[in-house]
Write a protein that binds this ligand. Structure first.
Ligand SMILES: Nc1ncnc2c1ncn2[C@@H]1O[C@H](COP(=O)(O)OP(=O)(O)O)[C@@H](O)[C@H]1O
Ligand code: SF4
Ligand SMILES: [Mg+2]
Length: 413
């Protein structure tokens, strides 16, 4: 048997092997009054217990990996989830695929809350929501042939009679641009990009409605990343699959996702349509992330930006900073930022931001915009004269009314 990795295929319709992804923006559906959300997540939390060492292992704290996030994924659409390493992206992916049971919150799949369903009810759900993992080297069992790997879900779920499994496996190999005759080869006989294609074929086996792609190209050679992203895009169009596309860098998701959420330390800090997020980001963290995109990828995010240095590391999610979690690294931070948590406030038709001083780069307001909403004064101290704090920030979707930054009041579309 041929032991050397076969060369990367160039299936029809794929671009050249460069880091630049498809030239035209991908127009996947967005949630509107007419398109329903296939997945709707509300105030989702995942706290991992931290145990003491020794014989009696007591819980001495919690890793607040995901701490109250809300978002929607439109049917057949795609949402990007971006942020530095450790901010809770993979945990979010594992929650919506129900590999983890959340500490709190709702995960509605086609209108049904699946956050706490029983193991028995999870089995049919596994068909509908699948995951593609970051590392194609460790996510495939080296002792199983590719045919066994891709065909396993069909056997487990009793979907096809035994004699129909091989033809379906071969069909899937062809769909992902691999040679259908290679079903009896083993993962080590394939290159990195090809292994990721095998992972994609396995995720497609059960014809899911939602695919969580957790940094599906980060482990791949830059020259192969674009090919795999293009493959995912064509699969989305062909099979109408909704994607939650996780990435640590804003360049990769730009063409794939019409809407993007930016996460920091377990929270969504900004979520917006592509045009707004790349041209008029309002959160200092998004602005810093965009400026940190490497030069070779600047074209992919719409041009070169002034460099903003992010000081220090992401703080520990076991003991996150009070108020705004970004404040220890934010050059705009003021007193209110330590005292009050900024709600994820809708400030445009499809734009939400969690900051007391939201604004375009260089145009952040001098006074916080949130006190009246939170019932505090400009320093974040409780203000007895203020209206009681309104509950804002947990609505998964976008509303017809939002907070107008110019007028400092609610506006309608
Ligand atoms: N199973 C786990 N047990 C304890 N802590 C975890 C577990 N999984 C992730 N974490 C912690 O939760 C935080 C978020 O992790 P993760 O979701 O993997 O972030 P990302 O994918 O954005 O890099 C990190 O601090 C990580 O160490
Ligand atoms: S709330 Fe304050 S600390 Fe947080 S991002 Fe805005 S300005 Fe910076
Ligand atoms: Mg991760």
């Amino acid at each position: 048997m041929d032991q050397t990795p076969t060369t990367e295929p160039s299936p029809q319709g794929e671009g050249p092997g460069t880091a630049t992804v498809a030239a035209a923006d991908h127009e996947a559906p967005r949630t509107t009054a007419n398109t329903k959300a296939v997945l709707s997540v509300e105030n989702l939390k995942m706290y991992f217990p931290v145990k003491s060492s020794g014989l009696i292992r007591r819980t001495i704290g919690h890793v607040q990996a995901v701490d109250g996030i809300s978002f929607q994924l439109p049917t057949g659409g795609s949402l990007g989830l971006v942020g530095e390493s450790g901010c809770g992206k993979s945990t979010t992916g594992r929650l919506v695929t129900r590999l983890y049971e959340p500490t709190a919150g709702k995960i509605e799949f086609e209108g049904r809350d699946i956050a706490n369903v029983s193991a028995r009810s999870l089995k049919p759900l596994r068909r509908e929501i699948q995951m593609i993992f970051q590392d194609p080297y460790t996510s495939l069992n080296p002792r199983h042939s590719v045919g066994a790997i891709i065909g396993a879900p069909l056997a487990i779920h009793n979907i096809l009679p035994k004699n129909k499994i091989l033809p379906r496996v071969q069909e899937l190999l062809e769909i992902v641009g691999l040679n259908p005759e290679h079903y009896n080869r083993y993962p080590h006989e394939f290159s990195g990009g090809q292994r990721q294609r095998i992972g994609i074929a396995r995720a497609l086996t059960l014809q899911p409605k939602v695919l969580v792609a957790d940094e599906p190209v980060s482990a791949l050679d830059v020259s192969i990343q674009a090919q795999v992203v293009n493959l995912l895009q064509s699969l989305q169009r062909e099979f109408d699959i909704a994607f939650l596309f996780i990435a640590h860098d804003l360049a990769i998701v730009r063409h794939f996702c019409p809407e993007i959420a930016v996460m920091y330390l377990g929270k969504i800090v900004e979520i917006a349509d592509r045009e707004t997020l790349y041209s008029r980001p309002h959160h200092p963290y998004t602005q810093a992330l965009l400026s940190a995109v490497p030069d070779v990828k600047q074209a992919a995010i719409g041009g070169r930006r002034e460099r903003i240095r992010l000081e220090g590391d992401v703080p520990s999610p076991i003991n996150p900073p009070s108020g705004c979690r970004f404040r220890t690294r934010c050059s705009l931070a003021q007193e209110i930022c330590a005292r009050a948590e900024p709600p994820l406030l809708q400030i445009g038709k499809r734009h939400k931001v969690a900051c007391h001083f939201p604004g375009e780069l260089g145009h952040h307001p001098e006074k916080p915009i949130t006190p009246r909403l939170l019932g505090v004064d400009d320093t974040g101290a409780p203000d007895p004269g203020a209206a009681p704090a309104a509950e804002v920030g947990n609505d998964p979707g976008f509303s017809d009314t939002w907070f107008d930054l110019e007028r400092r009041s609610m506006a309608k579309a």
